[in-house]
Design a protein around this ligand. Sequence first.
Ligand code: NDP
Length: 234
Amino acid sequence: MSRSVLVTGGNRGIGRAIAEAFVAQGDQVAATTRSGGAPEGALDVRCDVTDAAQVDAVFTQVEEAHGPVEVLVANAGITADTLLLRMSTDDWSSVLDTNLTGSFHLAKRATKGMLRQRRGRLIFVSSVVGLLGSAGQANYAASKAGLVGLARSLARELGSRSITANVVAPGFVETDMTDVLSEEQRAAIKAQVPLGRYATPQEVAGAVTWLAGEGAAYVTGAVIPVDGGLGMGH
Ligand code: NDP
């Protein structure tokens, strides 16, 4: 069955792989971008997730094109890494606004249509560091931990309407976000990962499409790690 799927940050990295995976399954996919460049087969819609009015307008556009959104993948995210004493209020707010408040705007707007349909899948892309913590990433880790509280609260609020809310927590993935790390940092990270390598964006997409599919109908409030074993035990 072809569903209306909305993926934020669908032009690059993990979001692009997720959008492509849903397109390959035959779903009707809208990929939000700030700068354009949605993958082939997906509707390219412009949206800054920090702006609730833009989020609302995008959902209206997608509803007109594909019908009410049945699967939301809140993937858009940023980093602004630095140690706490050097972290400005802007470093903190920009990351929280995008990663956590943006996901709140998206989930709130998506839920409107899902409640009416009495079904829906909310999927939040968090990170292993939301659970482990990470020196130099207090803002990012807090935003990603916040997504777990958000998803689990929504799982409780919306479960009676057959709406699930889950989190995918990737480890290190080959994308622009991790391209900025030095060879030394990359080697140190790989040494801590039982599988001894980074994930591909497609491997994260596999967990997301599973959570959106029939096989995961009874899964809600879960945090699914896709981290090569890096976060085991948390
Ligand atoms: P990229 O840096 O490659 O891409 C980030 C995406 O988010 C881009 O599409 C970007 O759009 C979009 N985006 C950023 N800010 C906004 C905004 N305000 N409004 C709308 N879209 C925005 O990141 P990744 O693919 O690596 O990461 C995707 C998600 O996965 C993020 O949430 C990240 O935190 C998470 N993650 C990544 C890991 C990794 O190792 N790469 C590990 C764990 C989690 P634009 O092109 O317009 O800037």
